[in-house]
Design a protein around this ligand. Sequence first.
Ligand code: GYE
Length: 340
Amino acid sequence: MPDLATKLTHRLAIASLTITALLAFSGCEKKPAGDAHASAPKPAADASKAKARIGFSQIGAESDWRKANTDSIQAEAAARGYDLVFVDAQQKQENQIKALRSFIVQDVDVIAFSPVVETGWEPVLKEIKQAGIPVVLTDRAVEVSDPDLFITFIGADFVEEGRRAARVMAKITGGKGSIAELQGTPGSAPAIDRKKGFEEELKNHPDLKIIKTQTGEFTRAKGREVMETFLKSPEGKQIIALYAHNDDMALGAIQAIEEAGLKPGTDIKIISIDAVRPAFDAMIAGKLNCTVECNPLLGPQLFDAIEAVLAKQPVEKRIVTKASVFEQATAAEDIKTRKY
Ligand code: GYE
């Protein structure tokens, strides 16, 4: 596997040959050597300045969180001058695997990706390892038997987010009642861990029970649709609170609750995760009770890690992002400083 400097020099050589060929083809001639103002291709000195090519496989554009995450990564790549090969998988693992294989063919310098689900990555990660390309995981984790298949994982502590949501849930419901739950994408790290953390904390409140739970796939449309079926079910009338694994599903559910003639935030208390701007608007309107923060602005941390990898410096295996919890009472103040 050639190192980065060799790869970059190789790429520059190809670029230079291409320019020379194009000039020859178009009938232009290179100025003779010694001409101080010659605009000939730049010499090898630029090799040190040339930036690496990074392949990034994004999950999709399913939520406001995801859009903010994509913007952050693309903006950071541009700001630092990296050549980012960005591919959107539209929430499908098979598309991500295809993108990862295309990065191997393109011989990128680092592969970064946000895995839609936790399992099923071992074969493609082995192929990447064989090609000698380092992997940085961001946002969601993978379950693999060999931890050397990736260098680091940068993301939030989803279990803790679930615990935080349950603590607020216990507080605003007085510790008893029937809860509905809208889960994220089946098999995804945030759906698994946010459920786990929530249920763990719920054990301290035996009178609080989840009576309905289903995936809303992290989207507003599905959140609305599933909440409507919850409310129309025989147990619908017992629901006094909703726990949604992200804000988008909660916002969809708010519509369904209003359509059922109920008051979201009052008749049905709602807690979700992400803390995107529309969640603050909903809290200010009294329709959402709490949002647990999960920071999508991972671009700077991602590129710090990528740069360390390129420089062959040691990188922590797990980089946890920091986050807070926001409740309705302070939402009007808090929204002023929100960046996404
Ligand atoms: O909470 C959700 C998004 O993986 C943390 O994915 C992310 C989650 C986020 O679609 O809105």
